[in-house]
Design a protein around this ligand. Structure first.
Ligand code: HEC
Length: 121
C-alpha cells in the first residue's frame, strides 16, 4: 500500500510521506548509491568520492527533513537534468551533462533505507 502511495506521489510531484518503517533494502540502497550517487556525493566512508558542491549523505542525515529531500531528489537541482523516473514527465529538456540515472519508487526506498543506516555516524 505504501509503495502504491509512493508511486502515485511520484507521478504528481513533490510529496511528503508520513515517516515510519521503510520497506527499502539498505544493502541494495548501498549498491545503488555506490554505483550512481557516489559520482558526486560522499555516500559512505571514502572522503575522496563526490564533488565539493554536494552534501555528503552523512551530512544529509543531520537535516530534520532529509527523508523528504531524498524522496524528492529527482526534482531538486541539479538532478532533473540527468535523473529519469519512468512514467514521470521530465521537468527540463536540457541535455544531461553526465551519465543518466533511472530511479523507481523502489530504488528511492532502498537508498533511503541505506542513508538511514548513516544516522548518527
Ligand atoms: C552529477 C552529480 C550528482 C549525482 C550523480 C547525484 N547528485 Fe545529488 N546533488 C548534486 C548536487 C550538486 C547537489 C547540491 C545541490 C544544491 O545544493 O543546490 C545535490 C544534492 C542532493 C540532495 C539534497 C537536495 C536538497 O535540495 O537538499 C539529495 C537528497 C541528493 N543530492 C540525492 C542524490 C541521490 C540519492 C543520488 C543518486 C541516486 C544523487 N543525488 C546523485 C549532484 C549530484
Amino acid at each position: 500500500m505504501r509503495r502504491l502511495v509512493l508511486a502515485n506521489a511520484l507521478a504528481v510531484g513533490p510529496f511528503v510521506l508520513a515517516s515510519g518503517a521503510w520497506a527499502g533494502d539498505p544493502e541494495k540502497g548501498r549498491e545503488l548509491a555506490n554505483k550512481h550517487c557516489i559520482r558526486c556525493h560522499v555516500v559512505g566512508d571514502d572522503p575522496f568520492a563526490g564533488i565539493d558542491s554536494t552534501p555528503s549523505f552523512r551530512f544529509l542525515t543531520k537535516l530534520s527533513d532529509y527523508i523528504e529531500r531524498l524522496q524528492t531528489f529527482y526534482r531538486r537541482a541539479p538532478h532533473p537534468v540527468f535523473v529519469e523516473v519512468p512514467g514521470v514527465p521530465r521537468r527540463t529538456e536540457i541535455p544531461a551533462f553526465v551519465a543518466k540515472i533511472t530511479v523507481t519508487p523502489e530504488t528511492i526506498e532502498d537508498i533511503i533505507a541505506f542513508v538511514k543506516t548513516l544516522e548518527g555516524k
